[in-house]
Structure formats: C-alpha cells, structure tokens
Design a protein around this ligand. Sequence first.
Ligand code: IPE
Ligand code: IPE
Ligand code: MG
Ligand code: MG
Length: 316
Amino acid sequence: MDAASAWLPRSLGAVEASLREATAGHGAALERDASATLQAGGKRLRPLLVLLCGGARGGEGSVRAATAVELVHMATLVHDDVLDEAPLRRGRPTVAATSGTGAATATGDLLFSRAFALLAEAGDVEQVQLLSEASVGLAEGELAQRHDEFDTSIDVERYMERCRLKTAHLFECACRMGWIASSAADGQGLEELRGFGSSIGLAFQLLDDVLDVTGPVERTGKARGTDLLDGTVTLPLIVALRRDPELANVELRGLSEEEAEAVCDRIAATGALEEVRSQALELVAESKRSLAASGVDDEQRELLELVADGVVDRYG
Ligand code: IPE
Ligand code: IPE
Ligand code: MG
Ligand code: MG
C-alpha cells in the first residue's frame, strides 16, 4: 500500500490531465458539453481498475489505457442519457437535457473518437481491439435494453446478459487493458483478471439498479425511478414481481415521477432489494476468488479487493 501511495495518485492525476487534454480544442459547443461531463466528476472506477491491474509497472501505457476507457465510459453515459431520457447525471442536468439530443449524440461521438485516437496514436493496436469489442458490447446491450422496454416478462438470464453487455464488458476490458499495459503481461492471469472484472461489473450494475429504486438523488446524482420511467425492467422489479404478483397490474407506461416513486416504494416493500444485494455480494465474493487465482502481486490484490468492496459499500 505504501508503495502505491507514490505511483497511484500520480497516475490518477495524469489520467485527469490527459482527459482534459483529450476533450479540449474541438469547437466551443463540443468543448463545452464534453468538459461539462468531465468536470461533473464521476467515480473514475474504470480508470482505477486499469491502473491497479497495470500496477506500478504500468507506466504511460496504463495511463493512456485508463484515459481511453474513461472516455468511452463518458461517451456511453452521454449517449445513454439520450436513450433513457435521463434528466440528471453526476448531480447535474445531462447534456441531452441542457443542449438537446443532437448535441449529446455529437458529444458522445467526440468522446468515443478521442478514446480510439489516443490509443491509435501510440500504436496500441491490441488495446484498440479490446476497447472496440467492449464498445460493441455496450451498443448491443443498450439496443437489447431498448428492445425489451416495458417488457415485464423478461427473465433473469436475459437481464444478466444485458448487464454483461452494457456494463461488465467494459469492466473486463479495463482489467485486461491494465494487465496488458504492464510489462509483466505474458498472457498469464489474463483470463482470471477478466473474470474479476466481469463479476464486479455485474455486481456494480445490479447495485446501480437497486440505487435507481432507492435514490436519493443527493447520493446517486441521478433521478430516482429513471429506470421505471424509461421502461427498463431491472432485477429489483423482476424479483418484486415474483414476490408481489399484483405488481404486474401496474401500468408502467406513462407513469408520472410521483407514481414511479410509489412503484419504487412498492418494489422495496417486497424485500426484493435485499435479494438483489445479496446476489451482488455473491458476485463480489466470486470476483475475489478470480483475483486470487490471477497471480497479481500482493499489493495489487489488496487494492483491487478494496475496489471490489467499494462497489458494495456504494449501496450500504
Ligand atoms: C454509471 O456508471 C453507468 C453504469 C454502468 C451503471 P458509474 O456509476 O461508474 O458512473 P460515474 O462515472 O461514477 O458517473
Ligand atoms: C448503464 O445502465 C449505462 C451504460 C452502461 C452506459 P444505466 O442506464 O442503468 O446507467 P445509469 O443509471 O443511467 O448511470
Ligand atoms: Mg441510464
Ligand atoms: Mg442505472
């Protein structure tokens, strides 16, 4: 940990500088919206994973990969808020809400392009391929979610597959890119680290879906009940429907914000949130088993376990 105190904050600072650089200089409107997304903060969880999987030896390649992953993440958030018609992100009005869907689409496109340009300029071909695969998964996941909107008959397996595509793939990708950036990478441990990323990515989305039901906005930076309002059927609702079959009689289309909050309360009253949370905890435990098998050094493992626990603490 002590050794990390030297390189980790330095690398995180370098990622922030690199994010600012990547979003500057593309015309006033784009710059305004891209910078607003950046300045609004965010947990920087995916860059942290890249840096920790890269370890002290990750160096500039790790910082580049971490920046690219966060740029893709931000791009998907800006686009996601168009698709989900979300009013708030990172505690502020979304780009879609302030500048319109056209500007938000272009801002997301810019962020995507900058991510790939950054890696391509350095000749990181393998990293470009990995990030491209994750981006394709994200797009597929978002499309699957649109396809399923307001469909309360979707099962847990379908829900999990959507979570894998739209969230877990980028977590896996972050871990793999970090590991590849470190000079120690010889392919060994890559699959295990991928498993680690996949499990905490799934846990993260499950808990995000719980937080959408619980709020409050001061805590999440996002409006409570956004998933219900945009027709996204998530695990808390799937479980609640099993526990309280009469919930199926509620018409989800056209809910007002107040009605959505009331449905959130009803979901919570079934005990579904505790069930989803315990599934997420099991995934975090699984992630730690994969991590232990990956062969990362003790310092990396300790820090990555803290990140895995942090995913759950976000809820409690
Ligand atoms: C939000 O991710 C999108 C999901 C996968 C749920 P984060 O909660 O990591 O967003 P920021 O970066 O902290 O804003
Ligand atoms: C994750 O799903 C979105 C992306 C992976 C871009 P959500 O729609 O639940 O994410 P939030 O809640 O808007 O952050
Ligand atoms: Mg959303
Ligand atoms: Mg959400």
